[in-house]
Design a protein. Structure first.
Length: 292
């Protein structure tokens, strides 16, 4: 049981975490701060937080667990704002989708207190954002990646593992470098492609007419293009090296398929499609059977 959660960022991810922590009986009080006072007020009205804080520092004051649920580009400035109140027993976590930049910011700013920080990436979310979309079940049954460093205190790492496990999550550990390489491929690149797909269609004179004719397949493929622009701007820029490497691999794969179509090689094209289809089918089965 924690006495107080200091919640910095009362959007979808932070508010859902606070609600889940409360339902699990893991915290007595939640003090929240958001850049927008109206968001913080709404969070209090919804019962997400118990007390509104006028600054990130005040949200952390008295907290034994802190969650940063903010754009990754705001991480370093937030660490600077709260570092004076982070003690040796404080558990500090984030929910950012990139980890190397977040870890680097923690090392620069938190210094002797960097061991209290456990970088986290819950593999969940929605294409909508904001406290009004808070979901107490958002984390249940989902994976959470922890990316501890050589400075992370074992006690804090254990606490973080226990918290996420208590919320019904499957907890995995990776290095920040391995995390960013993997999620450039399976998360960041798909978002980039979805954004490009929508923009490519709508840039055409008849783009709106084409969109009106789209069906469920197009809807499912492009769902993530509706994600928050400022959030994904930060993610794509923060992980640019790994993302661009994955983009080049994708372009090579796309060009290979284009060449088969251009040359009329239907047999080879069918083989390439079959390979992708079988891989996707195996992944779906293994995902459904994965531990929850």
């Amino acid at each position: 049981m924690f006495e107080q959660l200091g919640l910095i960022g009362c959007g979808l991810m932070g508010s859902s975490f606070a609600l889940a922590l409360k339902r699990a009986g893991l915290v007595r009080r939640v003090v929240g701060y958001s850049k927008s006072p109206s968001t913080t007020e709404r969070a209090r009205q919804m019962g997400v937080i118990d007390v509104e804080a006028s600054s990130a520092l005040l949200a952390v004051s008295g907290a034994d667990i802190v969650l940063l649920a903010i754009p990754v580009s705001a991480t370093e400035a937030t660490f600077k704002a709260i570092r004076h109140l982070i003690g040796p027993t404080t558990l500090v976590m984030d929910v950012g989708s990139t980890k190397r930049d977040v870890v680097d910011a923690a090392r620069r700013v938190l210094r002797e207190h960097v061991g209290s920080f456990v970088p986290c990436h819950p593999i969940t979310g929605k294409e909508v954002s904001g406290v009004e979309h808070a979901d107490v079940n958002l984390y249940a049954g989902k994976q959470v990646i922890l990316t501890p460093t050589e400075h992370t205190l074992s006690a804090q790492l254990q606490k973080a593992t226990e918290v996420w496990t208590a919320l019904g999550c499957q907890v995995l550990r990776m290095s920040p470098q391995a995390h960013d390489a993997a999620y450039a491929a399976v998360s960041h690149l798909p978002h980039l492609i979805a954004f490009a797909m929508i923009n490519g269609i709508t840039s055409q004179a008849q783009g709106s007419d084409y969109m009106a004719l789209a069906g469920p397949g197009f809807r499912d493929f492009t769902r993530i293009a509706a994600s928050a622009p400022e959030v994904w701007r930060d993610i794509l820029m923060a992980n640019r090296e790994e993302l661009l490497a994955q983009s080049r691999i994708f372009q090579q794969s796309l060009q290979s398929l284009e060449q088969l179509i251009s040359s009329g090689n239907g047999k080879a094209l069918e083989s390439q499609i079959g390979q992708a289809s079988e891989t996707r089918a195996r992944w779906r089965i293994s995902s459904q059977n994965a531990p929850k």
